[in-house]
Write a protein that binds this ligand. Sequence first.
Ligand code: ZN
Length: 450
Amino acid sequence: MDMKAVYRYIDQHAQDLIQDLAELVKQPSVSAKREGMQECAEKVESMLQETGFSTRLLPEKDGNPVVYGELKSKHSKKTLLFYDHYDVQPPEPLEEWRFDAFSGKVHEGRIYGRGTSDNKGNIVSRIKASEAFLKTIGDIPVNVKFVVEGEEEIGSPHLKPVMKQYNELFSNDATIWEFGGTNYEGRPEIYLGLKGVLSVELRAKGAIRDTHSANAPLIPNPAWRLIWALNTMKNDEEQIMIEGFYDNVQQPSKEELQLLKEMPLEEKKLKKAYGLKEFLQGRTGYEAKKELLFSPTCTINGFLTGYTGPRSKTVLPKEAMVKLDFRLVPNQKPDEIFEKLVSHLKGRGFSDIETVQYGSTEPTKTPVTDPFVEIVAKAAEKVYEKRAVVYPTSAGSGPMHLFRNLLGCPVVSAGCSHADAKVHAPNENLTIDGFIKGTKFMATIMNDLA
Ligand SMILES: [Zn+2]
């Protein structure tokens, strides 16, 4: 259909978009602190209801409720699912915010506040895109489902059990994931996958208490134990040495490699932003992009042991601890990688080191050749009048695999954010222009999928 009336409706209701977003931003919903979760879920639910969606709050023991919304099209059998989250990252450090972190303040064409870009702006934008159809043509082009969870920022620990319990609610033909926006050149960016992640802690123990370091010839030092163990896990050419670690790594397809060539990487900007002269191993250009998106990693997140205060203390610590994460690519499985790590340490004589597995998510990807990818890319180009940048995957992680791997639907991530959104940081913001365009973009996807 001709989208003019829908676009006009969205333009004319820009003020409603801003107001609805401010209402959600003013309701803090910090999952890490369990602050305002139920209240925010109810706000999202009532916005969906007011638009005409039938809704449910899907509870899960000890978890924050998942908001579910559904609206049937009179003419289409196809179903588009929007995955979003109403929880946000903690706003700290508060003193670095120009405006109150939960204000939704409008200033020079931007809306400021925690959650504006990640992910409340997207929730509002997608609801308004649905409303624009209902108010102009009295129907929506496809059946639309909303799944808005409240634990994305803490690793979605309860989403899988909720999806299992309410299995029948989640079926769909295509899913739009929560994030995306425009880059520094104003080109829309869409993502076809996410890496997995496995978080691990290693602990080494020595004597039952800290001792005088004069005893070093006799008493084992757990800090050295950990360092020696770590030394067997990765070499100085950045290769991970855990036996079998790379066994199941899926090589990128030729279409994915082609996309890499076209994908911009702001090397100079990034190096400047991080204060670096060079990337690791001197990586640059195509190679840097390939490593970023398709290589699994092993990262030391933190190391804790002994005395680290002023001056010196000649102590021999009783324990040492290191936190690690592994970013995984298809078809690596977090549980298998953990098992390989445990047996690697055992095989190298480090069975005294305790291993603890924390949260994990699986990697996933939708193939570049899936027809939905082209629908989304074309829709972006219609609205932004610039060629879309299609990322075969993002270097980040999230529960996308639950939809892609369990339900089998294509999943593409796209949204209304922008390059200077300061997501997870002070002064998070969303441009009003991006908000409006992003809403038209979502409406266009609905129309084109139909
Ligand atoms: Zn986030």
